[in-house]
Design a protein. Structure first.
Length: 101
């Protein structure tokens, strides 16, 4: 009896995964990251300084901050994937000065 021992093709599965549909270069992602911190501050009417550390390597970015909500926001807003071999780490910080009160 002959049966097919070839492994199932995984291409079909991978092509439905959104993870690498449109990965930006790191430079673009960093611009998006700083825009996201600003958007978060405005959306939450945050008047305290915000700080997010990030580390980018192997096409993935990790965000580190004491604010769990902001950390989740960064993952969704800016994303965690980029294309290319660039590595970087740094800190995004923002202090919103209360205006005119």
């Amino acid at each position: 009896m002959h049966h097919n021992s070839e492994p199932q093709s995984e291409d079909k599965y991978l092509s439905t995964m959104p993870a690498n549909y449109d990965k930006p270069p790191l430079k673009t992602l960093k611009k998006r990251m700083s825009a996201c911190v600003t958007q978060y501050a405005i959306a939450t009417e945050n008047t305290h300084p915000l700080q997010v550390d990030y580390q980018a390597e192997h096409e993935q970015v990790a965000y580190y901050t004491s604010n769990a909500e902001l950390q989740t926001y960064m993952k969704v807003c800016a994303g965690e994937n980029y294309k290319g071999n660039d590595k970087d780490k740094g800190t995004l910080s923002l202090s919103m000065q209360g205006k005119g009160s």
